[in-house]
Design a protein. Structure first.
Length: 258
């Protein structure tokens, strides 16, 4: 998968060189390219913002640098509205626009993005990007406006780090054990919409705390049932909204399969 990020703070994306994403890059599973938006400015101060039409506080990111940056990065993958790029030459990019006004980012969207060959992220600052930029590319590309939660950050770089990590760990070959994300909270399957329950490791006794007896039983059916009960209890306590989306018949099927 190829990932491009256009930002006025390229250094903010340095964590993409470490840990899981960094290793995926080193192994050639991910091609990440971070671009400084100011490269596409031509005045002495490398200006990327201006005052909002209609008045009000804050500044808005100017359309010209974004347009030039995206045209250059997307290259032949996109053509002006009404024309069609040469078929089969370049994978179709998806433009991901972080904004508190976007669709909430969730595991389902992470799975969908992980199937795309090429993601281009446009993390903004100030009051966001001039709307015409999003409208311009929505005429040519699959554009997703995405929020990582109901709060407002100073910029879209942290949301990009969140989304890239969530997507990268779903790519084939990135996690050592592919099954480890299949049991995660929110993962599709009979336990979908449930949060994962508590986990334990050695030693069997730590301070005055042991581990649940069932986990030592070696009985796979009982262990699976216990995990499911724990997942239900945690979900009911922390995310009652998810319980309503949980399909009881799929839970029964999960029990029968054990
Ligand atoms: N005035 C905007 C609003 O109320 O929707 C907020 C702008 S915010 C200060 C600047 C940028 O940070 C946004 O354009 C977006 O790129 C990013 N951002 C802030 N919060 C975000 C969130 N919850 N999810 C995704 N991106 C966010």
């Amino acid at each position: 998968m190829r990932i491009d990020v256009v930002t006025i703070f390229p250094e903010y994306l340095e964590p993409l060189n470490v840990s899981l994403v960094g290793k995926a890059r080193a192994r050639g599973l991910l091609d990440v390219r971070v671009h400084d938006l100011r490269r596409w400015t031509y005045d002495r101060h490398h200006t990327v913002d201006d005052t909002p039409y209609g008045g009000g506080p804050g500044m808005v990111m100017k359309p010209e640098p974004w347009g030039e940056a995206l045209d250059e990065i997307l290259g032949t993958a996109t053509s002006p509205a009404g024309t069609t790029p040469a078929a089969g030459t370049t994978p179709a990019p998806m433009l991901v626009v972080p904004t508190p006004g976007g669709r909430p980012f969730d595991q389902e969207l992470a799975v969908e993005l992980s199937g795309a060959p090429w993601l281009v992220f446009t993390p903004a600052r100030y009051e966001g990007i001039d709307r015409r930029v999003i409208d311009e590319y929505a005429d040519r590309l699959d554009v997703r406006e995405v929020s990582i939660g109901d709060y407002v950050l100073a910029g879209g770089e942290a949301p990009v780090l969140v989304m890239v990590e969530a997507v990268a760990r779903l790519l084939p070959g990135v996690l050592g054990n592919a099954e480890s994300h299949q049991d995660d909270s929110f993962a599709a399957g009979p336990m979908s919409h449930l949060l994962e329950g508590p986990v334990y490791t050695k030693p069997p006794q730590w301070r005055d705390r042991g581990i649940p007896e069932v986990l030592l039983s070696g009985h796979h059916g009982r262990i699976a049932r216990w995990r499911r009960d724990q997942a239900l209890a945690r979900t009911a306590a922390n995310r009652p909204d998810l319980i309503a989306r949980c399909d009881p018949s799929s839970l029964d099927a999960h029990d029968r399969a054990e």
